[in-house]
Design a protein around this ligand. Structure first.
Ligand SMILES: NC(=O)c1ccc[n+]([C@@H]2O[C@H](COP(=O)([O-])OP(=O)(O)OC[C@H]3O[C@@H](n4cnc5c(N)ncnc54)[C@H](OP(=O)(O)O)[C@@H]3O)[C@@H](O)[C@H]2O)c1
Length: 325
């Protein structure tokens, strides 16, 4: 099968399109024929092997996971003998174990759901990691209720576009922070107020929020917490923090320690995709409250280009890879 493979950590230049062996599913896994894959910042970090602390789990000298991509949408090709509820030919989407920038991949059934007929593969593939992260941030960690004032910093990227829509669906008054080219998109997503960060700095404004979901981490935590209302909380959710050794892990640890003493600092969360979360996101879609936004679609041979694009940090929605049909 064709797959994008990396033998070492580094820039997008380490990614090569090759012919490799098709994976074999374990008894509790499904083999899928991948139609679409989608990328996010976690893929970029694994490609680069940074921050270095991540290599303790991902492979010290070279990546254990050699095929980039987690999110996929496609068709079931074969099922392991313990698998129930999925059959050859089913249209599915979710998160792979083996890497989704490949014609075939293996998926555990607890990270897999049937694709609703009304959703294209391109829309479905945009859901898993980013959609579930937004759900964790807004519904689970943020505990948003109707009438809450919610600010989302980085409101139109992969996570932000879901966060805005989920917060609106839960009845919040939403302020979206984004750059000038995304102001219109933020309004279309349903934001009640939009702050263009090139014009205004929300941390210097008078407004206070019950929840701030920070997808950008471009300000010290204390500065952002200044904009949290009495009884409110800041959930810091960014892997873009600088530092080759600890990077975002350092900021997450800092937020975790502060959260033990400061009520307005929420505990950071690590988002793991589970089937039930994707079912919950489909329910928002079915209710007409949520729609995935696709920014760009690249062919499999151009995964390196797609990685360069997401490394810029200014995507408007999700970046998708067209793998097969
Ligand atoms: N906790 C977890 O388990 C988990 C899982 C997945 C992702 N994440 C984190 O979630 C964060 C967001 O991911 P993503 O995929 O949404 O990233 P993304 O697609 O690259 O989006 C980044 C967004 O940030 C905005 N932005 C850039 N500079 C900004 C600034 N100075 N002020 C305000 N907004 C700014 C961009 O808007 P413009 O284009 O308008 O500039 C864009 O909308 C990442 O840091 C990622 O690490 C966490």
């Amino acid at each position: 099968m064709k797959a994008v493979v990396q033998d070492e950590y580094g820039s997008p230049d380490v990614l090569e399109l090759r012919d490799i062996e098709k994976p074999v599913p374990k008894d509790d896994e499904v083999l899928v024929r991948v139609e679409k894959a989608a990328l996010h910042i976690g893929d970029l970090m694994l490609m680069k092997g940074e921050p270095y602390i991540m290599r303790l789990g991902a492979g010290l000298r070279r990546p254990k996971k050699r095929i980039p991509g987690f999110d996929f949408a496609g068709r079931v090709e074969a099922v392991g003998k313990e698998v129930r509820g999925f059959q050859t030919g089913d249209e599915v989407f979710g998160e792979t174990n083996g890497g989704s920038c490949a014609e075939y991949s293996v998926v555990p059934t607890d990270k897999l759901v049937h694709k609703p007929g009304g959703l294209s593969a391109e829309e479905a593939v945009a859901i898993p990691v980013s959609g579930v992260t937004a759900l964790r941030g807004i519904r689970d960690a943020g505990k948003v209720e109707a009438g809450d004032k919610v600010l989302i910093n980085g409101a139109t990227g992969g996570v932000g576009m879901y966060a805005v829509q989920i917060a609106k669906a839960l009845g919040a008054e939403v302020t979206a922070v984004c750059g000038p080219s995304n102001v219109e998109l933020a309004k279309q997503l349903g934001a009640d107020h939009v702050i263009d960060y090139t014009q205004d700095d929300f941390t210097k404004g008078e407004a206070r929020y019950d929840l701030i979901l920070d997808n950008v981490a471009n300000r010290p935590l204390a500065e952002v917490r200044n904009s949290v209302a009495e009884g409110g909380v800041l959930i810091s959710n960014s892997a873009r923090s600088k530092g080759r050794w600890f990077g975002a892990v350092g900021r997450m640890m800092q937020a975790g320690i502060i959260s033990m003493f400061v009520k307005a600092q929420g505990r950071p969360f690590y988002s793991q995709v589970k089937s039930q979360d994707m079912v919950d996101l489909i329910a928002f879609i079915d209710a007409g409250e949520l729609r995935p936004i696709i920014d760009r679609t690249y062919p499999l041979a151009e995964v390196a280009e797609a990685m360069r694009y997401i490394s810029g940090g200014h995507a408007s929605g999700k970046t998708v890879i067209a793998v097969g049909d």
